[in-house]
Ligand binder design. Structure first.
Ligand code: MG
Length: 402
C-alpha cells in the first residue's frame, strides 16, 4: 500500500457538508521510560506541558469541534491546572491498557452525543502540523480509518542474544504515528467487538481486526513521540517558533461605472475601484503583507495581471490562497493591521463588517484583525479622490526550524 499524496490545507473552506469531528487525547500513561518524576505528558517543553502542546495542535484545526482527554486515575486536577483555560469537552478516567483507555474515551464521546469522525491522538506527541489533519480527513472520504505512517530509512535485521540474524525487507514496513482518524461509529463498534483477552498497541489494529482497510497517509518526522529523556531536548528545538512581519501596499484608481469592493465588502459609493481583478486594494495589501512575511514574492508573481483567468476575480480568493501558503509552512497568522487611505467613502460605518469579513477569510478570530482609515488632508491622488490606497502589516508565527 502506498502513501496517499499530500492534500494541502484549507479543509474547512472546501467542506460542503460539515461532519462532526472530535478529538480524543490519550494521556493516561505513566511514562516511566522518559525519566523524571512526572508522567511525560505533564512535563513542560517551551514553558507548556506536553499535553497542552498536543491539545493546541488539534485545537488549531478549524474543523475540530471538541477535545476529550483520557487521564490516569487521580490525574485530573494536575491536567486541569496545566491546561489553563483551554476548553475540554470531558476528562475521562482511563484503564490499565492503552486499548482500555481509548475504549473509555470513545464510550464517553458516544454518551455525549457521539460524532461522525474521531481523531485519536497520543498526548506525548507535542508537535502536530495542521496539514497532517487535512491529509487524514481527506483520506476518510473513502475509508473508515486513516493513519500517519513513515517509511523506514534504516536497515532492519532480526537479532537474538546480541547476534545479527536475517535482514528484514524494510520496503514493506512503516512507522505508525498518531493522530489516527476514524469514522466514529465504526471504531466504536470495533472496540466493543474486540476480544478483551488480546491487546493492541493502537486503534488502527483494532479497526483492521474488525475487517476494515486502514489507509496510510504521509506522516511527519515532527510527530515523533516523546519516549526517552533525550527526546525532550529535541522537542524543545522543534517547537521553537519565530515571528515574521511583512508589509503590503496597494493603490487602485477610482472610476465611474465600477463597483467599490473594499476589505472584502461591496460598499455603496458613486464610484468604484478599477483594475484587472475586483481591485480590492485593502485585500491586495493584506495578501502582499502575508506573502512578504513568508518571503514568497508578491501578489503579482502569484496572480499575474497578464493572466485572463484573474479578470474581475474576487480578491477573497487571493487572500485565501495566501492563507493556504501560511498553512503549508505550518505558520499561524497572529495579527493583521490594515490602513485604508481615502477621502471617501467613510470607512467607520463599515469597519466592523470589514474586520469580520477579513477574519472569516483568514480563519482567525476577529480580535486579530485591525482596520483603520485615514484621509490625506485632500493632498495627493487620494486627497483628490482619484484613487484609494491601502497598507497592511501582517505578523506571522512560523516554525523556527524549517
Ligand atoms: Mg492591486
Amino acid at each position: 500500500m502506498g502513501l496517499s499524496a499530500s492534500r494541502g490545507s484549507g479543509y474547512a473552506r472546501r467542506m460542503v457538508s460539515h461532519p462532526k469531528i472530535v478529538a480524543l487525547i490519550v494521556a493516561a500513561g505513566q511514562g516511566s521510560r522518559a525519566g523524571g518524576d512526572l508522567p511525560k505528558q505533564f512535563r513542560r517543553i517551551g514553558g507548556r506541558a506536553v499535553l497542552a502542546h498536543a491539545y493546541d495542535g488539534l485545537a488549531a484545526h478549524p474543523a475540530i469541534e471538541a477535545i476529550h482527554i483520557v487521564l490516569g486515575e487521580g490525574q485530573e486536577a494536575e491536567a486541569r491546572a496545566l491546561l489553563g483555560d483551554r476548553a475540554v469537552a470531558a476528562f475521562v478516567t482511563g484503564a490499565d491498557s492503552r486499548r482500555g483507555s481509548v475504549r473509555a474515551g470513545l464510550e464517553a464521546i458516544a454518551a455525549a452525543d457521539g460524532a461522525d469522525i474521531v481523531l485519536i491522538h497520543d498526548a506525548a506527541r507535542p508537535y502536530l502540523p495542521t496539514a497532517m489533519i487535512d491529509r487524514l480527513l481527506a483520506a476518510l472520504e473513502t475509508a473508515q480509518g486513516a493513519i500517519p505512517a513513515l517509511p523506514v530509512a534504516d536497515t532492519l535485521v532480526r537479532g537474538a542474544d546480541g547476534v545479527m540474524g536475517e535482514g528484514v525487507d524494510r520496503g514493506a514496513l512503516y512507522r505508525v504515528q498518531t493522530p489516527q482518524a476514524f469514522r466514529f461509529d465504526t471504531i466504536l463498534a470495533a472496540h466493543r467487538g474486540w476480544d478483551e483477552r488480546r491487546e493492541a498497541t493502537d486503534d488502527a489494529q483494532i479497526l483492521r481486526g474488525w475487517g476494515h482497510d486502514v489507509l496510510l497517509v504521509q506522516g511527519d518526522e515532527r510527530l515523533e513521540k516523546l519516549t526517552y529523556p533525550q527526546d525532550f531536548a529535541r522537542a524543545e528545538a522543534m517547537i521553537a517558533r519565530t515571528t515574521r512581519v511583512g508589509m503590503g501596499y496597494d493603490v487602485h484608481r477610482l472610476a465611474e461605472d465600477e463597483e467599490l469592493w473594499l476589505g472584502g465588502l461591496l460598499i455603496p459609493h458613486d464610484r468604484g475601484l478599477a483594475g484587472h481583478s475586483d481591485a480590492d486594494v485593502a485585500l491586495h495589501a493584506i495578501v502582499d503583507a502575508i506573502l512578504g512575511a513568508l518571503a514568497e514574492g508578491d501578489i503579482g508573481s502569484h496572480f499575474p495581471p497578464s493572466d485572463p483567468k484573474w479578470r474581475g476575480a474576487s480578491s477573497d480568493k487571493f487572500l485565501a490562497y495566501a492563507c493556504d501558503r501560511v498553512a503549508a509552512r505550518d505558520g499561524r497568522i497572529e495579527h493583521v493591521d490594515l490602513t485604508i487611505i481615502c477621502e471617501a467613502p467613510k470607512i467607520g460605518p463599515h469597519r466592523e463588517a470589514m474586520r469580520a469579513r477579513i477574519a472569516d477569510i483568514l480563519a482567525v478570530p476577529v480580535d486579530r484583525v485591525s482596520v483603520k482609515a485615514t484621509t490625506t488632508e485632500r493632498l495627493g491622488f487620494a486627497g483628490r479622490r482619484e484613487g484609494i490606497a491601502a497598507q497592511a502589516v501582517a505578523t506571522l508565527s512560523l516554525p523556527a526550524l524549517s
